[in-house]
Structures are given as structure tokens and as C-alpha cells.
Design a protein around this ligand. Structure first.
Ligand SMILES: [Zn+2]
Length: 331
């Protein structure tokens, strides 16, 4: 789900705009920071401002209309958006070179003159998903984009990118939103107070659970981890943890989310033992009860961290989850 309103990141947005207006914005930028905090929205705002009749991304005028729907535009007069595709979730060379995205390919699109009073914005989403061939094809253009063209590479996993790509871009680091900022966006999207506590707890300053389906999946997954730690078998409790094969999100991304929830839970068990406030406060009673049993936390944590590091290479979800489930089991 796409969030039309933009909250937070005020300093970064102001700085980007000032540099753009002063003609000092670099042609290749790398937006980094946690998943789902609005990096893409900040990038889109730059393009939206230029098409807005009021020149301020008002969100109301006809020029802003393409940015407001649930579906984001792939191509606009001043914007081209490249995102991973297919089961493997990769940005393949065909999307850069050939005409399945835009006639003549991305490189040619970039070299055309920008529309009046506009720049050419090329958004590369999940830039860590560029495969080697596409990355190499982009390298030269990233090094010296034509005047008026700006590449905005967005990633929450910069360490998984080619070093050669990273070094050609200026890095703009984003930090998580404050809870109030994230919830403000959620309210605009129709979330009600009855969800407030759980939504804030799970989102950790991000907007990744704006979509109610994703939120309820995360709630189910956390429940599954808790049940495993409470002693239920993987066969009984593990189902919600398995990646959905038909989903549009790559399996490795689904796995990452599920493992991050486990790490959040495990770190809360440690916090509880140290008498610190819990992140997952709404689940306190259950966390208190599992914290009393001698969990093999270290082992489960180690497996989850290891898996997160090697996710793209190791998508064998089921056996891995089973192994972690066994490590969690009490006694
Ligand atoms: Zn507007």
C-alpha cells in the first residue's frame, strides 16, 4: 500500500530541496535506512514537486494525481521507476538495456532532454537487488549522469550491494520515524485506536505494516514464534512462518521479515530479564512466561542472524525455520 502523505525526515527533505534548487544535488544518490520508513516517498516527492501545479507536491492538484493512487507510476514525463521483478525479485539487465520497461532502455531514457522545468529522476527500488550484469551496465552512467538527470538508489541493505555501485553514489542515511510520526501516517490511512499499541510495537518506527494484511500476518507470525517458545511443535504452530509461494514479495524478503520478528521477540526476553522496557509491550504476559523457562536463546538468535546474512543465497526456508523452532523449544 502506498502512503500519499509524508511525515518525518524533515531535515533530509529540506536539505535535498535546497541542494536541488541551488543546482548542487549530486546525480547519483543512495538512500539507506530501515525498510518501510518512507525513503521511496521522499524520493518521489522530488519528482512530484516538479509536476505539481503549485510546485509543492500539494497532493490535491491534477499534477499530483498519479502519485496518490494505490499503484505507483512506473513512468511519468520526469520519472522512471525500476523495481525488482519475478520470483527471485531481481533487477535484471533486460530492465536496464532493453525495451520492456521503456523504449530504448533506461540509459537512453536518461540521456533525453528533461521536460521543461523538470529533471529526469530514475528511482531504483531495492537497489541491493540489482544483479551483477545490470549493476555493471549502470556503473558508467551512475558515475557521470547527464545534466539534469538524477539516479536515486534506495535500499535497506546497502551491505548487499556491489561496492563499485555504492562508491559512485552519495549516501543519504535515513533513520527510523518516531512512533508518533509513523502512527500519524497510519491514521491518515484509516487505522484506528484499537490497533495503536500493537501496530506501534511491531512497526518500530517504520511504515512497513500500513497494509492491514501485512500487519495481521506479522501478528500471526509473532504468535507462532511465541507458541514455539511455549513448547508447541513446529507442525502445530509453525505454519504462519512459512513464506507464501504465490506472494508478490520474494521469498527471501518474507523470510527476512519473519526472522526480524523473532529477533525482536528474543531481544525483548533479554530486556525483560534486565528490567528494561519492552518493545513488544502488548505481548508482555506471554513474554514473561517464556522468559522463565530456560530458553536456548543464544542458539536461536545465532541461527536467525546467520540466516539473515545469507538470505539471498539460502532461500531454504522450511528446514531453517524448523531448526530455529527446535532451538526455541523449552527444556
Ligand atoms: Zn499538486
Amino acid at each position: 500500500m502506498f502512503d500519499p502523505s509524508l511525515k518525518g525526515h524533515t531535515a533530509i527533505r529540506k536539505r535535498l530541496l535546497e541542494r536541488l534548487q541551488g543546482n548542487k544535488l549530486s546525480g547519483s544518490l543512495l538512500f539507506t535506512g530501515p525498510d518501510g520508513i518512507g525513503k521511496r516517498r521522499v524520493a518521489l516527492e522530488l519528482a512530484q514537486r516538479e509536476l505539481c501545479f503549485r510546485r509543492n507536491a500539494c497532493g490535491v492538484c491534477e499534477g499530483c494525481r498519479p502519485f496518490k493512487g494505490d499503484t505507483l507510476p512506473t513512468e511519468l514525463p520526469n520519472l522512471l521507476r525500476i523495481a525488482p521483478e519475478g520470483k527471485a525479485g531481481l533487477i535484471k539487465i533486460g530492465m536496464i538495456r532493453e525495451d520492456d520497461l521503456v523504449e530504448g532502455g533506461v540509459i537512453r531514457w536518461v540521456h533525453q532532454a528533461p521536460p521543461p522545468a523538470c529533471h529526469r529522476w530514475i528511482l531504483v527500488e531495492d537497489a541491493h537487488r540489482l544483479n551483477g550484469a545490470s549493476a555493471n551496465m549502470l556503473l558508467k552512467t551512475l558515475e557521470e549522469p547527464p545534466p539534469g538527470a538524477h539516479f536515486l538508489l534506495i535500499t535497506h541493505r546497502p551491505e548487499a550491494m556491489l561496492a563499485t555501485i555504492r562508491s559512485r553514489c552519495e549516501r543519504i542515511p535515513f533513520t527510523a520515524l518516531r512512533d508518533e510520526e509513523a502512527w500519524e501516517v497510519a491514521q491518515v490511512m484509516g487505522w484506528g485506536d484499537s490497533d495503536l499499541d500493537r501496530w506501534i510495537a511491531l512497526s518500530s518506527g517504520t511504515l512497513r505494516y500500513l497494509d492491514p494484511a501485512l500487519f495481521s500476518k506479522a501478528v500471526d507470525q509473532l504468535d507462532a514464534w511465541l507458541r514455539l517458545a511455549e513448547g508447541e511443535s513446529f507442525g502445530d504452530a509453525g505454519d504462519p512462518l512459512l513464506p507464501e509461494k504465490s506472494a508478490t514479495v520474494a521469498q527471501s524478503e518474507q523470510m527476512a521479515q519473519c526472522l526480524e520478528l523473532l529477533l525482536l521477540l528474543l531481544s525483548d526476553v533479554s530486556r525483560l530479564r534486565e528490567g528494561r522496557p519492552l518493545r513488544l509491550e502488548p505481548w508482555r504476559t506471554r513474554i514473561e512466561s517464556i522468559a522463565q523457562s530456560p530458553l536456548h536463546l543464544g542458539k536461536a538468535q545465532e541461527l536467525a542472524f546467520g540466516a539473515l546474512r545469507h538470505l539471498t543465497r539460502n532461500p531454504f526456508a522450511e528446514s531453517l525455520l524448523l531448526e530455529i523452532g527446535l532451538a526455541l523449544a523449552p527444556g
